[in-house]
Design a protein around this ligand. Structure first.
Ligand SMILES: Nc1nc2c(ncn2[C@@H]2O[C@H](COP(=O)(O)OP(=O)(O)OP(=O)(O)O)[C@@H](O)[C@H]2O)c(=O)[nH]1
Ligand SMILES: [Mg+2]
Length: 219
């Protein structure tokens, strides 16, 4: 019989080791990490801009901007008054825990309360890798369609919160929020679903209520 090498299990075990180190570092420095995942263009940076504008008086915020290339998002974040660290993943389609640890170690975490990781834009690979974050948040934007939980189930299974962005365009795209909720329910009954528009600002306060509740719980 030919030899079978369980590569995937090995990669997962290795990743889990680093994720535990990330969690330890975060606890030692009293810092919280939020892993933000979504397709390209779903509105990750736009949401972070809105979030920073509203929270920067109360929390010291830094953003890890993970991209295959470029630094456009880091510049957008800095224009809103938060620290941004651009990470080039070297072609990788996700951030894993080892990359996250390295990025966190390059910051002085005592200077921050809250770190957002803008993960690489796609609905597949980021779902497979625990980064050690305290909270996983995904954005599904209206133009992507209400059927996405059926096609990318893992992302909807692992997330704590689904932000339904670009809700200002729901009529144009014939998007059905109830249908989306029905598609998410069998995958994840605990996921908090919040419709928002990072463009008009509608619903963003509901996201911040949820986030502040989490921050209080963690205290
Ligand atoms: N109509 C509308 N447009 C939005 C909304 N949020 C973001 N956009 C637009 O969508 C485009 C992409 O937004 P970004 O915030 O750059 O999206 P992203 O997920 O960070 O994109 P990548 O980092 O490239 O994956 C921009 O042109 C935004 O102005 C929204 O709520 N409504
Ligand atoms: Mg972005």
């Amino acid at each position: 019989m030919s030899e079978i090498i369980e590569v995937k299990a090995g990669i997962e075990a290795e990743n889990e080791k680093y994720a535990a180190e990330v969690r330890k570092l975060l606890r030692e420095t009293h810092t919280r990490l939020i892993n933000l995942m979504a397709s390209p263009g779903a509105g990750k940076t736009s949401l972070l801009e809105q979030t920073i504008d509203r929270l920067k008086g109360a929390y010291r915020i830094a953003v890890l901007e993970a991209d295959v290339d470029a630094d456009v998002d880091a510049k957008r974040i800095e224009a809103h008054g938060a620290k941004a660290l651009q990470i080039h993943t070297g072609g990788s389609c996700h951030m894993d825990a080892a990359m996250t640890l390295k990025a966190l170690q390059s910051l002085n975490l005592n200077e921050y309360d809250l770190i957002f990781l803008e993960n690489v834009g796609n609905l597949v690979c980021p779902a497979e890798f625990d980064t050690g974050a305290d909270l996983k948040v995904m954005i599904l934007s209206v133009p992507e369609g209400d059927d996405k939980p059926l096609k990318y189930p893992l992302m909807f299974q692992v997330t704590d919160c689904v932000l339904v962005n670009k809700i200002d365009t729901d009529e144009i795209f014939d998007f059905d929020l109830q249908k989306l909720e029905k598609n998410i329910a069998p995958l994840n009954e605990h996921a908090k679903i919040i419709p928002i528009s990072a463009f008009t600002g509608s619903g963003v306060e509901n996201w911040l209520v949820y986030l502040r509740e989490k921050l209080m719980e963690w205290k």
